[in-house]
Ligand binder design. Structure first.
Ligand code: AHR
Length: 482
């Protein structure tokens, strides 16, 4: 099988924001996950755990979405600013009924971003919040001049405005964000977004709540009625191995049939993006409006013995396959998909990082983000040619370096692939990979390196072609100059 990389053609830019993260006030994502407080024994800077921040920096996290998810439409930002001892407590009704003490609020969010070096995606409250509350939050965060809210921010210790790159107007307003009809939400979106004003020099990229999975009617109604008021529209799709929300399948010890169904369901993202893009094209042929897949990932049963509302699950080589398959689909649609946020960053759903007290481990999914980081803001290269159904690959070029990533999600067959270029030759070849021995190979606090990035050497050059032998259950990234 020969696969051709069209190095002579110019492709779309793969937005770095496709590698975004989602951090909700849910379970142990924020608290314990990244924020332990200034007085914790766990090494921290201004309350953010140092080990976690360092790990996130290493994979060049470009942005973080916060405070939810479903939590966003119950969040009242004023409860999370000012002296911590005076902050209001609330019950996190969606997620485990635990007490939220609001010790992580707006200022802490921007401090976390400062330490990671990431941009902000703030999700506003439409479901239970007022227009005034949303307007004031944007004013509080971004107003450089004088205003009651900007002065309130200064009283709370931050003279300069914060930079809000992205603002979401509600979340899942067809469900947990208010159970609205698309016609009603489209009108509310138009109204609320009016008051997401640009106070400073930075333009705020406004994101409308888009459809759940295959709700094409929602996309149609939003695009028909509100496209001109938005910069992006969201899409949520989770990969449920069994397809049954009541019993989603387990993170480990699952049957091979659930491996197969997981791979199929992850690939469904391609059809979803294709069909939603088709609708968007009708109203926005210039592709000005970005498709923002701001929640995606594998969702399985919680780990036995953990709070069902905390959505804590183990992360295996199967998760790594889902990540690679999904990234390759996003790259294919780089002309429309401008951002994506894996759910979620730490200790929740398909997490990058797991923590327990002062222990931390990175997951196979984290390693895929690492293996793919060269693709951020690179120009995509189309690959054509036949390959087996268990192979998915992608390529891009940036600063003279071409990056080729290949995922083989067969459980037992290694695949030999041949690549050729339409222009140039392979030189300075290097490779890295991860692979699993079992379908549920994973890292734990006791064995943190079961899945880790290793040097990849199973390739050779033959008559100007690159011949690569890709192990079963692996993700390989090769770089070369050409
Ligand atoms: O990521 C967990 C939840 O899934 C989010 O809060 C919500 O938006 C979605 O239903």
């Amino acid at each position: 099988m020969v696969l051709t990389l069209t190095t002579d053609k110019k492709g779309s830019k793969i937005s770095k924001y496709i590698y975004g993260q989602f951090a909700e006030h849910l379970g142990r994502c924020i608290y314990d996950g990244v924020y332990v407080g200034e007085n914790s024994d766990i090494p921290n800077v201004n309350g953010m755990r140092t080990d976690v921040i360092e790990a996130l920096k290493a994979v060049q996290v470009p942005l973080v979405r916060w405070p939810g998810g479903c939590f966003a439409d119950e969040y009242h930002w004023k409860d999370g600013v000012g002296p911590k001892e005076a902050r209001k407590k609330m019950i996190n009704t969606h997620w485990g009924g635990v007490t939220e003490d609001n010790s992580f609020g707006t200022h802490e969010f921007f401090e976390m971003l400062r330490q990671i070096g990431a941009d902000a995606y703030v999700n506003g409250n439409v479901g239970s919040g007022t227009v005034e509350e949303m307007q004031e939050w944007v004013d509080y965060m971004t107003m450089p001049g004088e205003s009651p809210m900007a002065n309130f921010r200064r009283e709370n210790g931050h003279d300069e405005p914060f930079k809000v790159a992205f603002f979401g107007v509600g979340n899942e307003n067809w469900g947990c964000g208010g159970n609205m009809r698309p016609e009603y939400y489209a009108d509310l979106y138009r109204r609320y977004q009016t008051y997401v004003r640009q106070y400073g020099e930075e333009k705020i990229y406004k994101i409308a709540c888009g459809p759940s999975v295959d709700d094409y009617n929602w996309m149609e109604v939003l695009m028909a009625n509100a496209a001109r008021y938005m910069d992006g529209i969201s899409l949520h799709h989770y990969t449920i191995p069994t397809g049954n929300w009541q019993d989603k399948g387990n993170a480990t010890g699952f049957p091979e049939s659930e491996w197969v169904s997981t791979m199929e369901r992850a690939q469904y993202m391609d059809e979803l993006i294709t069909k939603h893009s088709h609708i968007m094209d009708k109203y926005d042929p210039e592709k000005r409006v970005g498709l923002i897949v701001d929640e995606w990932g594998i969702w399985v049963n919680v780990e036995p013995g953990t709070n069902p509302g905390f959505l804590f699950q183990q992360n295996t080589i199967r998760d790594a396959m889902v990540a690679a398959i999904t990234f390759n689909i996003f790259h294919k649609h780089a002309d429309r998909v401008y951002m994506a946020n894996i759910a979620q960053m730490i200790n929740v759903l398909q997490a990058m990082i797991l923590t327990e007290g002062d222990k931390m481990v990175v997951t196979p999914t984290y390693h895929v983000f690492d293996l793919y980081k060269n693709h951020q803001d690179a120009e995509s290269i189309e690959i054509y040619g036949e390959h087996s159904d268990s192979i998915t690959c992608t390529a891009s070029k940036k600063a003279g370096l071409t990056t080729l990533s290949i995922c083989n999600f067969s459980t037992d067959q290694k695949e030999e692939l041949e690549f050729k270029l339409t222009e140039g030759q392979f030189s300075s070849l290097e490779g890295q990979y991860i692979a699993g021995e079992k379908m549920d190979s994973h890292n734990s606090f006791d064995e943190p390196d079961v899945i880790k990035i290793k040097e990849f050497t199973s390739y050779k050059e033959v008559d100007g072609k690159l011949v690569v032998s890709v192990p079963a259950m692996s993700v390989v990234t090769m770089t070369f100059k050409n």
